[in-house]
Design a protein around this ligand. Structure first.
Ligand SMILES: Nc1ncnc2c1ncn2[C@@H]1O[C@H](COP(=O)(O)OP(=O)(O)OP(=O)(O)O)[C@@H](O)[C@H]1O
Ligand SMILES: [Mg+2]
Length: 235
């Protein structure tokens, strides 16, 4: 289980995330909803050890306190982060970008097995393995980015706005793959602005506003919540 308690993250004197507590339980797909600047990326980066949390924050994962671990040790503990904005190497091939996600694995057969699983989840990538990642469509690049995070064979996958700026049909494809990943037992923490599509696949959700959590509950309940409907669904 991932258990975040009283997480506060500051950039200088500005508190971007304030006293945020949430958890992802075994088997769960949890969505973090929030508008631009709400603090989603800051939370993901703090959990992955890329941005330091303020004193008093606790990030517990599988019985360990993560704030004392290096980003590499955090990956080794089974947590994999698919960052906002894909962060691919556009000149390198799709296959190389994917293999980079398995950099801690030295077993060639195992790497092939993981690659095959990624291609099963994202059929549009098969036949593109030797193409430069930068030559792919936005949706396919997002698939490579999620695939690369999966190549670490994580126990929990952190996905920071995987559907941003994709066409609706591609959003559905990417989120369906995320649901499929979760069905195999991988825990998922997903951040999204696309509330409806995300709540459709999530078990539970949390709503962030201005760095604070304002609402949480089962996905089906949040979907009906007036505030969520007004803010995210144009109701
Ligand atoms: N490196 C930084 N230095 C200073 N302020 C930052 C930095 N990164 C983010 N912020 C500020 O922290 C707040 C939260 O930003 P964050 O990127 O976490 O939000 P977000 O929910 O991921 O937004 P988006 O949906 O646009 O990705 C914003 O006010 C942002 O301007
Ligand atoms: Mg962000």
């Amino acid at each position: 289980m991932l258990k975040v308690s009283a997480l506060t993250v500051s950039y200088g004197s500005f508190q971007a995330v304030r006293e945020v507590s949430f958890e992802v339980r075994p088997g769960e797909l949890v969505v973090l909803l929030g508008a631009n600047g709400a603090g989603k990326t800051t939370i993901f980066r703090a959990v992955s050890g890329l941005t330091p949390a303020d004193r008093g924050s606790r990030i517990e994962w599988a019985g360990q306190e993560l704030s004392s671990l290096s980003p590499r040790a955090i990956v080794d503990s089974g947590l994999s982060h698919c960052p906002e904005g894909r962060k691919l190497f556009p000149e390198l091939s799709v296959g190389t970008n994917l293999r980079l996600g398995a950099y801690r694995c030295h077993d060639k057969a195992e790497i092939q097995r993981r690659l095959a699983r990624v291609l099963e989840l994202f059929p549009p990538l098969s036949g593109r393995m030797n193409d430069p990642a930068g030559a792919l469509s936005g949706g396919q690049q997002q698939m490579v980015s999620v695939g690369r995070a999966l190549m670490a064979e994580p126990k929990i996958l952190l996905l920071d706005e995987p559907s941003v700026s994709l066409a609706p049909k591609v959003v559905a494809q990417v989120l369906e793959a995320v649901a499929a990943i979760n069905r195999t037992g991988t825990m998922v923490l997903l951040s999204e602005q696309n509330a409806y599509a995300a709540l459709e696949i999530a078990h539970r959700g949390y709503v962030l506003e201005g760095g604070r959590l304002v609402l949480h509950g089962p996905a089906a309940e949040l979907m009906q919540h007036d505030e969520v409907r007004r803010a995210y669904m144009g109701a």
